[in-house]
Design a protein around this ligand. Sequence first.
Ligand SMILES: C[S@@+](CC[C@H](N)C(=O)[O-])C[C@H]1O[C@@H](n2cnc3c(N)ncnc32)[C@H](O)[C@@H]1O
Length: 198
Amino acid sequence: MSKDHLICDFTGGAVGHRLKFGGGRGQALPKAAGFTKGRTPTVIDATAGFGRDAFLLASLGAEVTLIERSADVHGMLREGLERASCAGGQVADIVSRMTLLFGDAKELLPELSADVIVVDPMHPPRKTKALVKKEMRVLRQFVGADPDAEDLVKVALEVAKKRVVLKWPAKGDPLPNIKKPSHQLMGKSTRYDVFMLG
Ligand SMILES: C[S@@+](CC[C@H](N)C(=O)[O-])C[C@H]1O[C@@H](n2cnc3c(N)ncnc32)[C@H](O)[C@@H]1O
């Protein structure tokens, strides 16, 4: 598969649709991250990928630092952010709150600070035959699996000021050697394990 398949588009399609009709702070991720009517936390997205989750949180007013360790994915994301910035209007305003870093979050996180750290590693292969969304299948071709997800969550738990949110398959086994989450938000195929700190 060529790099042409890796496309990051913040200006239309599914991202634009979610921006218009997505449900704002009532969506599972902002809820899990502690967004309320009067509270907008600072966020680090330690596993940036296509930047969709980070874009959603930035669209709600948060300053979001994104970390991506795959050079291919980081390049795609950088170009997507540049295009969005040039597009002007609301999308440019949103991406102005997004700062992209290149590197392994396990190493970069201890130098950073945020209220909330979101961790969304590549999910383990499904036990059912249900197909994973096309974009995640594309991403898997480039980055493979994330076997160090457990270590990343451990670092995130050391660094976050208020909470860590782990995005994981709804029926996925918990990561080994990680304490039980404070609570969970369940979606159809995804769940959010929330670890409250402090
Ligand atoms: C499932 S995708 C994230 C999708 C993202 N939440 C979105 O909304 O598009 C996981 C991404 O995290 C990256 N990643 C995994 N572990 C990482 C780490 N320790 N440091 C930096 N990036 C990491 C992978 O390279 C991959 O691009």
